[in-house]
Write a protein that binds this ligand. Structure first.
Ligand code: Y39
Ligand code: FE
Ligand code: FE
Ligand code: FE
Length: 232
């Protein structure tokens, strides 16, 4: 039994004010995150016309995720804090949109299809053992989709590895500290929901490191890229 499974045995009162208050912020972040993932895949479909059909399909899955997580909020009778969630994603959205404007496809793919997807997989995976029954089933099916989204990006980047390597290193330096800062901002809410920030960081690093390995980075390079997170 790992630590995240043992957390499931702690008593969480899904109807308490404390739980619902934190849930409104995390649920807002997840709903807004799924919406932005949809927007990002639509931008990618324009940037990569030869994969437009596939990318639009991936985007539609994100729209479905948003609806699913909206249902999780309704089920607990919680109103998601979307305004705060938009602030939460402001820097990340800016980073993606600037890259899209400059047609930097590798940067856009690294941001959405690797980093954000690994962040989602780590967070959802850690949430499943401590979620209410309704949200657990939904999150289990959502997380399966996120693996497909991750796979698209790592495959494309692998096929263009030599040309994109330098751009990826630059983008990594910008985005990793940002993701860690975002996670720090939600640490206390994540704790109220029965999750653990450090476990999310660990799982993020494992998935991200594996994706970088798949693309073609060597172990020493992966460690160097990962260490950029320490500047958060
Ligand atoms: O590809 C996707 O579906 C990603 C947008 C979704 C990530 C949503 C943000 C998850 C972070 C939760 C923060 C609390 C741990
Ligand atoms: Fe999603
Ligand atoms: Fe896990
Ligand atoms: Fe996704």
């Amino acid at each position: 039994m790992n630590t995240s499974q043992s957390l499931a045995t702690q008593n969480l009162d899904y109807n308490s004010d404390t739980y619902r208050d934190s849930f409104s912020r995390i649920n807002g972040i997840v709903i807004e995150g799924e919406q932005e993932a949809y927007d990002n895949f639509m931008s990618l479909a324009e940037l990569l016309p030869e994969f437009a059909e596939e990318l639009i399909e991936l985007g539609k899955m994100e729209r479905g995720h948003r609806k699913s997580f909206e249902a999780c909020g309704k089920n607990l009778d919680v109103i998601p804090d979307l305004e705060r969630a938009r602030d939460f994603f402001a820097d990340l959205r800016q980073l993606f949109q600037t890259a899209a404007t400059h047609q930097k496809v590798p940067t856009c793919l690294l941001i959405q299809s690797l980093v954000i997807e690994c962040f989602a997989i780590a967070a959802y995976h850690n949430y499943i053992p401590v979620a209410d029954n309704f949200a657990r089933k939904i999150t289990q099916s959502v997380v399966k989709d996120e693996y497909h989204h991750l796979n698209f990006g790592s495959l494309w980047l692998k096929q263009h590895f030599a040309e994109v390597k330098t751009e990826i290193e630059t983008a990594n330096r910008q985005i990793l500290p940002m993701i860690l800062r975002m996670l720090n901002q939600v640490e206390s809410d994540v704790k109220v929901l029965g999750m653990n920030k450090l476990e999310i960081v660990e799982e993020f690093m494992v998935h991200y490191g594996e994706a970088l390995h798949q693309m073609g980075f060597k172990t020493t390079e992966i460690l160097r890229l990962s260490s950029q997170a320490l500047t958060a």
